[in-house]
Ligand binder design. Structure first.
Ligand code: SD4
Length: 325
């Protein structure tokens, strides 16, 4: 794990602890115990999941719906220019465009998605509008932008001076190398189980930094970056989207839970499936998190360094996912 990331993580924790905003609950093993339900609960990828979960928890703890909670939750990193991998301030593609991917899915298997969307700070809310206001699941590029504007979203410049500066620096070498576990691979995927026992999920990202113009990752693809089946559970992915798409990763995790695997075990088996199909995993990172109908949760990844945030009645935790390598 690189030291910058470590530093960012520690400072985030320092601020968290100092502010007292996100009390650290008892470590929860991911299982409420036989026959017991752990609800409501929200889980999300990476440490930017902590403030995102806090926003979701405000809704869940008052008996609100999982769908509203996941949308409100992921809007936090989307709007934060310091989160360089989601929404406003995200790393641009190699041509300097910030292009965003997002999707959302509810308890009735309704889903909405946008991909290759520019100029809109909260793609997750556009995805929700696609789900609720159109007969379609997915809108991309210029069409997605037109739809967003027609729905009243504001057109904005999402390339912050900092992202512009880093892009200019990158252009000097112009090498496209996927780098694991640094800020160019930190999608937020969020899963929630509400007090009524219903599941929903959301996933949103600026995608791989300096990707080819037009590239779409797994995050807006239902079944790959996110999948929810209200009878079984939900899963979401982070890491190199191409590897996740090939295995339809999140759908795979949910199906593995349907077969009786715990959330962590299902994530592990899906990671192993990805590894089995890959020639070289040295530089590959993929991580999954999953949540089932009982409120049990877990995560698993290829390389060390992926963590996930959980908020439930016992408090807020950040857990290092177990890894294959
Ligand atoms: C993508 N899966 O666009 C995303 C990137 C990511 O954590 O997950 N980052 O491939």
């Amino acid at each position: 794990m690189n030291s910058r990331r470590n530093f960012l993580r520690l400072s985030a924790w320092g601020a968290t602890m100092a502010s007292g905003l996100y009390p650290i609950g008892k470590a929860f093993a991911g299982s409420p115990g036989k026959g017991k339900m752990n609800k409501p609960v929200v889980i999300s990828t990476w440490n930017h999941g902590i403030p995102a979960n806090a926003a979701a928890w405000e809704i869940l703890s008052q008996g609100g719906q999982a769908l509203d909670a996941v949308e409100a939750g992921v809007r936090v990193p989307e709007g934060d220019p310091n989160v360089r991998t989601v929404g406003y301030g995200g790393f641009p593609d190699r041509e300097g465009h910030v292009t965003l991917d997002a999707c959302i899915m509810d308890k009735d298997s309704n889903c909405g998605s946008v991909a290759f969307l520019e100029h809109i700070k909260h793609p997750i809310s556009v995805a929700r509008k696609v789900m609720e206001e159109t007969p379609h699941v997915m809108l991309v590029g210029e069409g997605a932008l037109q739809f967003a504007l027609a729905q009243g979203f504001q057109k904005e410049d999402l390339l912050t001076p900092e992202s512009y500066k880093d892009w200019q620096q990158w252009l000097k070498e112009s090498k496209y190398k996927p780098v694991i576990n640094i800020e160019n691979h930190d999608t937020i995927g969020m899963l929630a189980l509400d007090a009524q026992g219903n599941l929903a999920g959301a996933c949103t990202t600026s995608g791989a930094a300096y990707k080819m113009h037009g590239r779409v990752g797994d995050s807006p693809i239902i079944g790959a970056g996110l999948f929810v089946d209200n009878e079984v559970g939900a899963a979401t992915a982070t890491g190199l989207g191409e590897a996740v798409i090939r295995m339809v990763g999140s759908h795979l995790v949910v199906e593995l839970m349907r077969q009786g695997n715990s959330p962590e075990q299902a994530c592990k088996l899906a990671v192993e499936r990805i590894i089995a199909k890959q020639k070289d995993v040295k530089d590959l990172q993929v991580g999954f998190i999953a949540l089932n109908k009982q409120g049990e949760y877990g995560g698993y990844c290829i390389q060390k360094g992926f963590d996930y945030a959980v908020r439930d009645k016992s408090g807020s935790t950040l857990t290092n996912a177990k890894s294959k390598l």
